[in-house]
Design a protein around this ligand. Structure first.
Ligand code: AP5
Ligand code: MG
Length: 218
Protein backbone atom coordinates (compact mmCIF):
# COMPACT_ATOMS: atom_id res chain seq x y z
CA UNK A 1 0.00 0.00 0.00
CA UNK A 2 1.65 3.18 -1.17
CA UNK A 3 -0.42 5.99 0.24
CA UNK A 4 -0.41 9.77 0.28
CA UNK A 5 -2.46 11.62 2.91
CA UNK A 6 -3.59 15.02 1.67
CA UNK A 7 -5.55 17.66 3.53
CA UNK A 8 -5.28 20.94 5.39
CA UNK A 9 -3.37 21.43 8.63
CA UNK A 10 -5.47 19.88 11.40
CA UNK A 11 -7.21 17.41 9.08
CA UNK A 12 -5.95 14.49 11.15
CA UNK A 13 -3.32 13.19 8.72
CA UNK A 14 -0.75 12.57 11.43
CA UNK A 15 -3.25 11.00 13.82
CA UNK A 16 -4.58 8.56 11.20
CA UNK A 17 -1.06 7.82 9.94
CA UNK A 18 -0.09 6.54 13.38
CA UNK A 19 -3.00 4.06 13.56
CA UNK A 20 -2.78 3.02 9.89
CA UNK A 21 0.96 2.49 10.18
CA UNK A 22 0.38 0.15 13.13
CA UNK A 23 -2.52 -1.76 11.56
CA UNK A 24 -0.93 -2.29 8.15
CA UNK A 25 2.76 -2.33 9.23
CA UNK A 26 3.69 0.57 6.97
CA UNK A 27 6.38 3.17 7.62
CA UNK A 28 4.89 6.58 8.43
CA UNK A 29 6.84 9.27 6.59
CA UNK A 30 5.91 12.74 7.82
CA UNK A 31 7.96 15.58 6.37
CA UNK A 32 6.75 17.81 9.22
CA UNK A 33 8.08 15.33 11.82
CA UNK A 34 11.41 14.93 9.98
CA UNK A 35 11.84 18.71 9.78
CA UNK A 36 10.88 19.23 13.44
CA UNK A 37 13.42 16.58 14.51
CA UNK A 38 16.09 18.38 12.47
CA UNK A 39 15.20 21.70 14.12
CA UNK A 40 15.27 20.10 17.59
CA UNK A 41 18.65 18.49 16.91
CA UNK A 42 20.13 21.72 15.54
CA UNK A 43 21.02 19.95 12.27
CA UNK A 44 21.92 21.98 9.15
CA UNK A 45 18.57 20.94 7.65
CA UNK A 46 16.80 22.30 10.73
CA UNK A 47 18.65 25.61 10.50
CA UNK A 48 17.50 25.98 6.90
CA UNK A 49 13.89 24.98 7.61
CA UNK A 50 13.22 26.73 10.91
CA UNK A 51 12.36 30.25 9.71
CA UNK A 52 9.87 28.93 7.14
CA UNK A 53 8.17 26.65 9.67
CA UNK A 54 7.88 29.37 12.31
CA UNK A 55 6.01 31.57 9.83
CA UNK A 56 3.82 28.72 8.56
CA UNK A 57 5.40 28.97 5.12
CA UNK A 58 6.47 25.96 3.08
CA UNK A 59 10.10 24.88 3.19
CA UNK A 60 11.57 25.12 -0.37
CA UNK A 61 10.67 22.20 -2.65
CA UNK A 62 14.22 21.05 -3.35
CA UNK A 63 14.96 20.60 0.37
CA UNK A 64 11.80 18.61 1.13
CA UNK A 65 11.89 16.53 -2.05
CA UNK A 66 15.48 15.54 -1.27
CA UNK A 67 14.47 14.32 2.20
CA UNK A 68 11.64 12.18 0.81
CA UNK A 69 13.69 10.77 -2.07
CA UNK A 70 16.35 9.62 0.43
CA UNK A 71 13.76 8.16 2.79
CA UNK A 72 12.03 6.19 0.02
CA UNK A 73 15.33 4.48 -0.83
CA UNK A 74 15.32 2.69 2.54
CA UNK A 75 14.34 -0.99 2.30
CA UNK A 76 11.35 -0.72 4.67
CA UNK A 77 9.36 1.14 1.97
CA UNK A 78 9.38 -1.83 -0.45
CA UNK A 79 5.96 -3.13 0.66
CA UNK A 80 4.45 0.32 1.01
CA UNK A 81 4.45 3.57 2.97
CA UNK A 82 2.30 6.40 4.21
CA UNK A 83 3.37 9.86 3.06
CA UNK A 84 1.94 12.43 5.47
CA UNK A 85 2.26 16.09 4.51
CA UNK A 86 4.11 15.43 1.25
CA UNK A 87 3.65 16.38 -1.56
CA UNK A 88 2.38 19.88 -0.85
CA UNK A 89 3.06 21.68 -4.15
CA UNK A 90 2.62 20.68 -7.79
CA UNK A 91 6.40 20.61 -8.20
CA UNK A 92 6.71 18.18 -5.26
CA UNK A 93 3.98 15.96 -6.75
CA UNK A 94 5.70 15.88 -10.15
CA UNK A 95 9.08 15.15 -8.56
CA UNK A 96 7.55 12.38 -6.47
CA UNK A 97 6.04 10.80 -9.57
CA UNK A 98 9.43 10.88 -11.31
CA UNK A 99 11.26 9.45 -8.27
CA UNK A 100 8.75 6.60 -7.92
CA UNK A 101 8.81 5.89 -11.65
CA UNK A 102 12.59 5.52 -11.49
CA UNK A 103 12.02 2.94 -8.73
CA UNK A 104 9.38 1.21 -10.90
CA UNK A 105 6.38 1.86 -8.72
CA UNK A 106 3.66 4.43 -8.22
CA UNK A 107 1.20 5.69 -5.62
CA UNK A 108 -1.82 3.41 -5.10
CA UNK A 109 -4.10 5.95 -3.47
CA UNK A 110 -4.22 9.58 -2.36
CA UNK A 111 -6.58 10.01 0.57
CA UNK A 112 -7.94 13.52 0.63
CA UNK A 113 -9.24 14.48 4.09
CA UNK A 114 -11.83 17.17 3.27
CA UNK A 115 -11.98 19.22 6.46
CA UNK A 116 -13.89 22.39 7.24
CA UNK A 117 -11.74 25.37 8.33
CA UNK A 118 -13.59 25.73 11.67
CA UNK A 119 -12.81 22.10 12.58
CA UNK A 120 -9.16 22.49 11.53
CA UNK A 121 -8.73 25.65 13.62
CA UNK A 122 -10.36 24.08 16.70
CA UNK A 123 -8.08 21.03 16.42
CA UNK A 124 -4.88 23.00 15.92
CA UNK A 125 -5.53 25.42 18.77
CA UNK A 126 -6.17 22.49 21.14
CA UNK A 127 -3.30 20.27 20.05
CA UNK A 128 -0.63 19.38 22.60
CA UNK A 129 2.46 17.36 21.73
CA UNK A 130 4.73 15.29 23.95
CA UNK A 131 8.19 16.85 24.14
CA UNK A 132 9.72 13.43 24.65
CA UNK A 133 7.97 10.94 22.31
CA UNK A 134 6.11 13.34 19.97
CA UNK A 135 2.64 11.80 20.54
CA UNK A 136 -0.21 14.23 19.70
CA UNK A 137 -3.11 14.96 22.04
CA UNK A 138 -5.99 17.41 21.94
CA UNK A 139 -7.14 19.17 25.11
CA UNK A 140 -10.80 18.27 24.44
CA UNK A 141 -10.93 15.56 21.75
CA UNK A 142 -8.01 13.35 22.81
CA UNK A 143 -7.00 14.52 26.28
CA UNK A 144 -4.21 12.87 28.27
CA UNK A 145 -5.26 11.15 31.51
CA UNK A 146 -3.30 13.72 33.50
CA UNK A 147 -3.28 17.31 32.20
CA UNK A 148 0.01 18.30 30.59
CA UNK A 149 1.56 14.82 30.90
CA UNK A 150 1.98 12.17 28.18
CA UNK A 151 0.11 8.88 28.89
CA UNK A 152 2.71 6.89 26.97
CA UNK A 153 6.01 8.10 28.44
CA UNK A 154 5.27 10.68 31.15
CA UNK A 155 6.83 13.47 29.03
CA UNK A 156 5.73 17.10 29.26
CA UNK A 157 3.12 18.29 26.72
CA UNK A 158 3.61 21.55 24.86
CA UNK A 159 1.94 23.59 22.13
CA UNK A 160 3.65 23.53 18.72
CA UNK A 161 4.93 27.09 18.03
CA UNK A 162 3.19 27.04 14.63
CA UNK A 163 -0.17 26.23 16.29
CA UNK A 164 -0.48 29.83 17.55
CA UNK A 165 -3.43 31.69 16.00
CA UNK A 166 -1.61 33.92 13.48
CA UNK A 167 0.58 31.13 12.17
CA UNK A 168 -2.41 28.80 11.87
CA UNK A 169 -4.18 31.40 9.69
CA UNK A 170 -1.15 31.57 7.42
CA UNK A 171 -0.79 27.78 7.24
CA UNK A 172 -4.41 27.49 6.11
CA UNK A 173 -3.86 30.19 3.48
CA UNK A 174 -0.69 28.51 2.23
CA UNK A 175 -2.65 25.26 2.00
CA UNK A 176 -5.40 26.94 -0.09
CA UNK A 177 -2.90 28.60 -2.44
CA UNK A 178 -0.24 25.93 -2.88
CA UNK A 179 -1.53 22.52 -1.83
CA UNK A 180 -5.21 22.47 -2.81
CA UNK A 181 -4.37 22.33 -6.55
CA UNK A 182 -3.06 18.82 -5.87
CA UNK A 183 -6.65 17.61 -5.53
CA UNK A 184 -7.22 18.14 -9.27
CA UNK A 185 -3.76 16.79 -10.07
CA UNK A 186 -4.58 13.47 -8.38
CA UNK A 187 -8.17 13.39 -9.69
CA UNK A 188 -6.61 13.53 -13.16
CA UNK A 189 -4.30 10.67 -12.25
CA UNK A 190 -7.39 8.71 -11.14
CA UNK A 191 -6.06 7.88 -7.67
CA UNK A 192 -7.76 10.42 -5.40
CA UNK A 193 -10.22 9.18 -2.76
CA UNK A 194 -12.12 11.85 -0.83
CA UNK A 195 -13.14 11.20 2.77
CA UNK A 196 -14.54 13.60 5.35
CA UNK A 197 -11.86 14.71 7.78
CA UNK A 198 -14.50 16.14 10.11
CA UNK A 199 -15.31 12.74 11.65
CA UNK A 200 -13.98 11.48 14.96
CA UNK A 201 -10.69 9.55 15.02
CA UNK A 202 -12.19 6.04 15.37
CA UNK A 203 -14.99 6.67 12.88
CA UNK A 204 -12.56 7.94 10.26
CA UNK A 205 -10.25 5.00 10.84
CA UNK A 206 -13.17 2.60 10.18
CA UNK A 207 -14.04 4.46 6.97
CA UNK A 208 -10.43 4.26 5.78
CA UNK A 209 -10.20 0.54 6.55
CA UNK A 210 -13.31 -0.01 4.40
CA UNK A 211 -11.92 2.15 1.60
CA UNK A 212 -8.79 -0.05 1.48
CA UNK A 213 -10.83 -3.25 1.56
CA UNK A 214 -13.14 -2.02 -1.25
CA UNK A 215 -10.11 -1.04 -3.35
CA UNK A 216 -8.57 -4.46 -2.58
CA UNK A 217 -5.49 -2.77 -1.15
CA UNK A 218 -5.78 -4.67 2.13
P1 AP5 B 1 3.18 19.43 9.24
O1 AP5 B 1 3.79 18.91 10.46
O2 AP5 B 1 2.93 18.52 8.11
O3 AP5 B 1 1.88 20.19 9.66
P2 AP5 B 1 0.48 20.36 8.89
O4 AP5 B 1 0.32 19.90 7.55
O5 AP5 B 1 0.18 21.80 9.11
O6 AP5 B 1 -0.39 19.34 9.53
P3 AP5 B 1 -0.73 19.13 11.00
O7 AP5 B 1 0.30 18.23 11.58
O8 AP5 B 1 -0.99 20.42 11.72
O9 AP5 B 1 -2.16 18.46 10.82
P4 AP5 B 1 -2.55 16.94 10.70
O10 AP5 B 1 -3.45 16.80 9.53
O11 AP5 B 1 -1.36 16.04 10.76
O12 AP5 B 1 -3.43 16.80 12.00
P5 AP5 B 1 -3.15 15.98 13.33
O13 AP5 B 1 -3.43 14.53 13.11
O14 AP5 B 1 -1.86 16.36 13.92
O15 AP5 B 1 4.06 20.63 8.67
C1 AP5 B 1 4.59 21.62 9.52
C2 AP5 B 1 5.47 22.60 8.72
O16 AP5 B 1 6.58 21.89 8.15
C3 AP5 B 1 4.78 23.25 7.51
O17 AP5 B 1 4.06 24.40 7.86
C4 AP5 B 1 6.00 23.56 6.63
O18 AP5 B 1 6.69 24.71 7.09
C5 AP5 B 1 6.89 22.34 6.84
N1 AP5 B 1 6.60 21.27 5.87
C6 AP5 B 1 6.15 20.01 6.15
N2 AP5 B 1 6.01 19.30 5.03
C7 AP5 B 1 6.36 20.11 4.00
C8 AP5 B 1 6.38 19.95 2.60
N3 AP5 B 1 6.00 18.80 1.99
N4 AP5 B 1 6.80 21.00 1.85
C9 AP5 B 1 7.20 22.15 2.42
N5 AP5 B 1 7.18 22.38 3.74
C10 AP5 B 1 6.76 21.36 4.53
O19 AP5 B 1 -4.34 16.53 14.27
C11 AP5 B 1 -4.38 17.86 14.72
C12 AP5 B 1 -5.05 17.90 16.11
O20 AP5 B 1 -6.38 17.41 16.05
C13 AP5 B 1 -4.36 17.02 17.17
O21 AP5 B 1 -4.46 17.66 18.40
C14 AP5 B 1 -5.17 15.72 17.17
O22 AP5 B 1 -5.13 15.11 18.44
C15 AP5 B 1 -6.57 16.22 16.82
N6 AP5 B 1 -7.32 15.29 15.96
C16 AP5 B 1 -6.82 14.58 14.91
N7 AP5 B 1 -7.78 13.88 14.29
C17 AP5 B 1 -8.94 14.18 14.95
C18 AP5 B 1 -10.30 13.78 14.76
N8 AP5 B 1 -10.63 12.93 13.75
N9 AP5 B 1 -11.23 14.26 15.60
C19 AP5 B 1 -10.87 15.12 16.60
N10 AP5 B 1 -9.62 15.54 16.83
C20 AP5 B 1 -8.64 15.07 16.01
MG1 MG C 1 0.73 16.33 11.08
Amino acid sequence: MKLVLLGPPGAGKGTQSVVLSKKYSLPHISTGDILREAVKGGLPLGLKARSYMEKGELVPDEIVTGIVADRLKKPDTKEGFILDGFPRTLKQAQDLDSALKAMSFGIDMVLYFATSPAVAIERLSGRRVCKNCGFNYHIKNIPPKKEGVCDKCGGVLFQRPDDKEDTVKNRLKVYEDQTKPLIDYYINEGILKRVSGDMGVDELFKVLSKVFADAKLA
